[in-house]
Design a protein around this ligand. Structure first.
Ligand code: NA7
Length: 536
C-alpha cells in the first residue's frame, strides 16, 4: 500500500434498504467499522419512500422477509399475505432495532460523489452537506427503483395545486375527499393506488400512455393460527424459493401451450387467475415468454377477463394492451383495479389519442381539453437499475467515470463488481438476478461479505474485476436474454425511460437466466478464489 493512513471506516454502505441493512449486519459480524449513509430519515429504502395509498408487496410477505435470522422469523407476525407498506416499514425497523443497526446508520444524508483514491486504496464519498467520508470497502445498496422521474412535460413546476410523485409520498395521510385528482401513469404503482384513491376521491382522471396486463392479487388477512403454520413451514418455504427460477414460491411451469388442448389451457388459466400472487406469470406454460403465438393465447385469456370486469367496452378497449403481450413487462398485481373504471367519477384518458401538451397552473392540458385539478399524482416510475448510479458521480481508477463506462449499457462482472472500480461491490446492481428481490439480496450480500472476509484474511486491499471477466459476464447476460419476448419491449426492465436523456434505447439491464445458474456461477468464482478478479 502506498499510504498507510487509516480511512474513517472499513466499510461504507450507501442505502439503508434491505440491501444496506443486511450488509451492515454482516459487516458487524466481521467486526468491521461500518457506516450506512441513507438519504431518507429512516431505514427501509423502497419501503420508506413508497408510502402512496395501496402500496404493498406483490409477492407473499413470508417469502419476502429475511431468512437469515431465526429470531426474526420466530418473532415477527405478518398480518396479510401481501403486506401493506406500513407493515413492511415496521418490519424493517423491527430488524434494525433488534440488531442495533441504526447506531451505525446516518440518515438524511445523500451521497453526491464517490471517488477511488488509488494511493491509499480507499473510497472517498462526499455528501450533500459538504462532508467527506473514507473507507477501504464500498458497498452500494441503492435500489433498483429508487430514482423517481417526473414526466418530461412542459409546465410541471407551474401547477398551483398539490402534486406528489408516488415515490415521494408524504408521511401524513392525504385526504382525497371531494378532490379533483389527476394521475399520470398506469404502471404497477398506479394500479395499486387507483383502487384506494377512488374509494374517497371526488373525481379521478387517469392519464394512460401504455395499458398493462394486470391480474388479481387475491390478498387476504393472516389469522394468528395461520401465521403459526406459516412459521412452521419456513424451512420448506425457503428451500422452495431456492429451487425456483425467480426465487418466488411459485414454481415455473413445465409444459408448453402446445402440450395442452384449448380446454385444458382454459381450465389451467382459470385456476391460476383465481390463485393469489404471481402464479399466472411465473407458473404458466414455458413458451408464453418466448413464442408470440403462445403469448397471444394467454393475452387473449387475460383480455377476456378485463372485458368481463369493465362495464363500458370502449373503456375496456383502452385498458387492453395492444403493443405488448402478457408477461413481457413486469405484471402489475391488482385489487379491484378494473372495477374502478366502472365508477362514474373515474375517467380514463388515452394520451396517445389526445396527448398531454403541458401541465398548467390549474391542471393538465391535452390536445382536446383543459383539465382542472386540486391534485396531480405522478405515478411515472423511475430511472431504473442504473439510475441510482447515475445520480452519484462515481470515479474509479485513472479518472474513469461509471457513467461513461456504462454509456452503451452496463458492463459488470457478476453484477456485483465493475472494472476500474476496485473495492466497490454492488448489491442489486445491473446484471444481477432480481426476481424475489430479498432472496437475491441475501445471496449477493453473503457473496460480498465472504469476499471481504477473504481479502482481509489474505491481506488483500485491492479487489477489482478484470476486463475479460466483465466481457465474459456481460456476454453471458446478453446470451441468456436472447429469445425472451420481454427484451423486445420498452420498459424499466430493458432500461428504457423516455423521461431521461440517454435512456431511450433498450439495453440488457438485468440478469434473465435462472437464480440457480446465477448463484452457481458466482459461487464458482468464489470457490476458485475470485477468478477473473485482481486481488492485490
Ligand atoms: P413504471 O412501471 O415504470 O410505470 C410508470 C408509468 O408512468 C407508465 O405507465 C408510464 O407509461 C407512465 N409515464 C412515464 N412517463 C410518462 C409521461 N411523460 N407521460 C405519460 N405517462 C408517463 O413505474 P411504477 O412506479 O408503476 O412501477 C415500478 C415498479 O415498482 C414495478 O414494476 C414494480 O416492480 C414495483 P409507459 O409505460 O412508459 O408508456
Amino acid at each position: 500500500m502506498g499510504d498507510d493512513t487509516q480511512p474513517d471506516y472499513d466499510v461504507l454502505i450507501v442505502g439503508a434498504g434491505l440491501s444496506g441493512c443486511y450488509s451492515l449486519y454482516r459487516m458487524q459480524e466481521l467486526k468491521l467499522r461500518t457506516k450506512v449513509i441513507e438519504a431518507g430519515s429512516g431505514p427501509g429504502g423502497t419501503w420508506y419512500w413508497n408510502r402512496y395509498p395501496g402500496a404493498r408487496f406483490d409477492c407473499e410477505s413470508y417469502s419476502y422477509g429475511f431468512s437469515w435470522s431465526q429470531e426474526v422469523l420466530d418473532e415477527f407476525d405478518w398480518t396479510e399475505h401481501f403486506a401493506p407498506q406500513p407493515e413492511t416499514e415496521r418490519y424493517i425497523n423491527f430488524v434494525c432495532d433488534k440488531f442495533g443497526l441504526k447506531e451505525d446508520m446516518q440518515f438524511d444524508t445523500r451521497i453526491q460523489s464517490a471517488q477511488f483514491l488509488e494511493e491509499s486504496r480507499t473510497w472517498q464519498l462526499n455528501d450533500d452537506k459538504g462532508r467527506t467520508y473514507t473507507s477501504r470497502w464500498l458497498i452500494t445498496g441503492m435500489g433498483v427503483l429508487s430514482n423517481p422521474t417526473l414526466p418530461n412535460l412542459p409546465g410541471v413546476s407551474d401547477f398551483k395545486g398539490t402534486a406528489y410523485h408516488t415515490a415521494r409520498w408524504p408521511a401524513e395521510p392525504v385526504d382525497f375527499t371531494g378532490k379533483r385528482v389527476g394521475i399520470i401513469g398506469t404502471g404497477a404503482t398506479s394500479i395499486q393506488a387507483i383502487p384506494e384513491i377512488c374509494k374517497t376521491v371526488g373525481d379521478l382522471t387517469v392519464f394512460q400512455r401504455t395499458p398493462n396486463w394486470a391480474i388479481p392479487l387475491h390478498n387476504k388477512k393472516i389469522a394468528p393460527d395461520e401465521m403459526k403454520k406459516i412459521r412452521e413451514g419456513y424451512p420448506e418455504l425457503f428451500r422452495r424459493c431456492a429451487e425456483t427460477r425467480m426465487s418466488f414460491i411459485h414454481e415455473a411451469g413445465k409444459k408448453k401451450t402446445t402440450d395442452a388442448t384449448a380446454e385444458e389451457r382454459e381450465l389451467f388459466w382459470e385456476d391460476l387467475y383465481g390463485q393469489p400472487g404471481f402464479g399466472l406469470w411465473v407458473s404458466n406454460y414455458t413458451d408464453i415468454g418466448l413464442d408470440k403465438a403462445a403469448n397471444k393465447l394467454i393475452s387473449d385469456f387475460v383480455e377476456k377477463k378485463i372485458r368481463q370486469r369493465v362495464s363500458d367496452q370502449k373503456t375496456a378497449d383502452m385498458l387492453i394492451p395492444k403493443n405488448h403481450g402478457f408477461g413481457t413487462r413486469r405484471v402489475p398485481m391488482e385489487t379491484h383495479y378494473f372495477e374502478a373504471y366502472n365508477q362514474p367519477n373515474v375517467h380514463l384518458v388515452d394520451i396517445n389519442a389526445t396527448p398531454i401538451e403541458r401541465i398548467t397552473e390549474k391542471g393538465i392540458k391535452t390536445s382536446e381539453k383543459d383539465f382542472e385539478f386540486d391534485m396531480i399524482i405522478y405515478a411515472t416510475g423511475f430511472d431504473a437499475v442504473t439510475g441510482a448510479f447515475d445520480a452519484v458521480s462515481f470515479t474509479g481508477t485513472n479518472g474513469v467515470t461509471l457513467k461513461d463506462t456504462w454509456d452503451g449499457g452496463p458492463q459488470t462482472y457478476l453484477g456485483l463488481t465493475a472494472k476500474s472500480f476496485p473495492n466497490m461491490f454492488m448489491i442489486m446492481g445491473p446484471h444481477q438476478m432480481y426476481g424475489n428481490i430479498p432472496r437475491s439480496i441475501e445471496f449477493a450480500v453473503e457473496w460480498v461479505s465472504n469476499c471481504i472476509e477473504y481479502c482481509r484474511a489474505h491481506d488483500v486491499t485491492w479487489v477489482e474485476a478484470k476486463g475479460d471477466g466483465v466481457e465474459m459476464w456481460t456476454n453471458h447476460v446478453h446470451e441468456v436474454a436472447k429469445g425472451l419476448l420481454s427484451n423486445e419491449i420498452d420498459s424499466w426492465m430493458t432500461g428504457v425511460n423516455k423521461n431521461v436523456a440517454g435512456k431511450q434505447k433498450r439495453t440488457i439491464a438485468r440478469y434473465s437466466g435462472s437464480a440457480q445458474e446465477f448463484r452457481r456461477v458466482c459461487n464458482k468464482v468464489a470457490d476458485d478464489r475470485y477468478n477473473k478478479m485482481v486481488l492485490a
